[in-house]
Write a protein that binds this ligand. Structure first.
Ligand SMILES: Cc1cc2nc3c(=O)[nH]c(=O)nc-3n(C[C@H](O)[C@H](O)[C@H](O)COP(=O)(O)O)c2cc1C
Length: 196
């Protein structure tokens, strides 16, 4: 089987106490044990925060790349590195805590750096949007303190929508470790990733 590259993103600041990191790491380990991947690019967003979008950065995002000046090119350094990481990867393993029913602010900021008109998506002559980084498979690992009714879980829908609309045709498979705040909680990652 052809070997592949996985991009593993960590977005909880709780280091080894993090359940989303535990679950995303279990996914990466399983892919390894099945010899599906031979290269892991790991990015811990808590060690190097993605910048927030400000006016200058948004300006640089929408400018014709040929007319960017040196300062604008420098502003795009982080965004360019995110695009390279995703381009280089066949699979993405995205770990996130649930914070206030949403994904972590760090993962959202990373997505805001990735999505860019003319880079990750374009429009064709009929104004149909076309993603440019196609065929990626995403494994999403979400940790939540509670066991949630599915209508309170906006993370997988959001990730699905944004990658399919603005990045490219993408399969998103979601794995959840739920109830982490319950007394005596023990995570059984092997059971959660059984169907992988
Ligand atoms: C700021 C904050 C907001 C949270 N919001 C929610 C929430 O909306 N729903 C929920 O079930 N748990 C919530 N939790 C609990 C976390 O989802 C839970 O601790 C989870 O294990 C965090 O992931 P981690 O272990 O990878 O850090 C919240 C925790 C924090 C610190």
């Amino acid at each position: 089987m052809a070997k592949k590259t996985v991009l593993h993103l960590i977005s909880s600041a709780r280091e080894n106490a993090s359940y989303s990191k535990g679950l995303s790491s279990a996914i990466v380990e399983k892919l390894h044990s099945r010899h599906e991947i031979d290269r892991v690019i790991e990015r811990d967003l808590t060690k190097e925060f993605p910048p927030f979008l400000d006016g200058n950065l948004i300006g640089a995002f929408y400018k014709d790349p040929r007319s960017l000046n040196e300062a604008e090119r420098r502003l795009l350094t982080y965004a360019d590195s995110v695009v390279k990481d995703v381009s280089d990867a066949d699979l993405l393993v995205l770990g996130t805590p649930m914070h206030n029913f949403g994904m972590s602010a760090l993962l959202k900021a990373w997505i805001d750096q990735l999505v860019r008109f003319g880079v990750t998506y374009v429009y064709d002559e009929n104004w149909n949007r076309k993603g440019q980084l196609n065929g990626k498979k995403i494994y999403l690992a979400i940790a939540s303190g509670g066991n949630l009714p599915k209508d309170c879980e906006f993370i997988s829908g959001h990730v699905n929508a944004v990658f399919n609309a603005y990045v490219g045709t993408t399969e998103v498979h979601t794995f959840r470790v739920e109830g982490t705040a319950m007394p005596g909680f023990q995570a059984d990652y092997q059971k959660i990733v059984e169907e992988l």
